[in-house]
Design a protein around this ligand. Sequence first.
Ligand SMILES: *[C@@H]1O[C@H](CO)[C@@H](O)[C@H](O)[C@H]1NC(C)=O
Ligand SMILES: *[C@@H]1O[C@H](CO)[C@@H](O)[C@H](O)[C@H]1NC(C)=O
Length: 402
Amino acid sequence: MASLLSLISLVGVAQAQFGGGSAMLRFGCSNIVIDRIDPLVDPGKIPSPHVHQIIGGDAFNATMPMSDISEIAKCTSCTFEEDFSNYWTANVYYKSPKNGTYKRVPIMVNDAIGAANGGMTVYYSSPGKGQTTAFKPGFRMFSGNAARRTPTNLGRRTQSCFRCYDGPNFQGNIMSPCFDPVRDTEGFPAKPCPGGWRSSVIFPICWDGKNLDTPNHVDHVADPVDGPASFTSMGGKCPASHPVKIPQVHLEIVWDTSAFNKKEDWPTDGTQPFVLSHGDTTGYGQHGDYVFGWKGDSLQQAMDNACFATNCRQLKSQTFAKANQCVVKNAVKENNDGWLQTLPGALAQLFLLDADVGCVPVGTICAEITRQEPVKATHPLHRSEIPFRPQAYAGRLRCYGR
Ligand SMILES: *[C@@H]1O[C@H](CO)[C@@H](O)[C@H](O)[C@H]1NC(C)=O
Ligand SMILES: *[C@@H]1O[C@H](CO)[C@@H](O)[C@H](O)[C@H]1NC(C)=O
């Protein structure tokens, strides 16, 4: 009954805040691929530095045009047929404290979603008819900060959080995402979660009204003046710099940690064993990428007609049996599963980090400032071969012996 309860509480939150005209789509999308490409942050790079799980339309590619991708895509892994958008986030790995190898944590299907193949739950919310402007073809954005390793200190109004379930079947899933003072944390849960845990990635809801994208994929959008938050922030005021309210895109991914919950499988030093695929052991660097791809004005119609969950007369639905057939071939052929010696792309990550402190000679010992765990530059890669994103990794690494 957790599903019914949580959905009812979501309706309650939305309607108490905004009255009857509010809209909140909630639907599932299966994975179309798990791959090491990132058309937003590292366009054209095959492979990109870290692994992602991707959902949505099959126009997903290492390079994606600014044109209308709903015209290119042939299918979608989402249950709303009009949604050819792509959404992607970092994967989660478990690191064995016994031998240091990594295993990808499986995704489980969210509450009241249906027979998805892994994937995510997608929300689009609007406070009322005519109050949000749907995205334009070519629009894309990024949520979060991959380099973050410390809390934002925004209290419950965060853009990213984890919910620790009390037990199987989403036990304890009562409050709006990121608002539960007991079960929600901005970093990885510090203790094993008997029912697994859920990632929430919430995108900004204010737009500058002009740019479909900006170089860092963030500057054309903004949070409301009171800060980010799950559904309730939809009523917030947008800053003058970003006056146009856009639907709130919000992703949930549920992780089946059951294979890694035993006490003996956790580190004895009080740390937790999970790591995001970009090497973040804190969880504060959780992030999401979005490329808009709804057909025509279908999203605007859904937002203006009080659509709720999967109930929307303006949209067409498909079964998961059909949605699950929409897949994209891997661009990078590598093992993302099994017990891995390193996170996929670990060398590229290492060198990205090195690049911030200048080119580090092979054999140099470096430490992540937040962890003080030394890593050794072991591979003679040239800086020019590696995508360089100083803003994403600045200040994370200190190297000795140069
Ligand atoms: C992806 O891009 C490659 C070239 O970069 C192109 O050959 C291929 O058709 C594209 N796939 C899709 C689905 O757009
Ligand atoms: C590493 O340890 C895990 C348990 O923590 C185990 O399942 C796995 O088989 C081990 N791998 C190797 C290569 O020993």
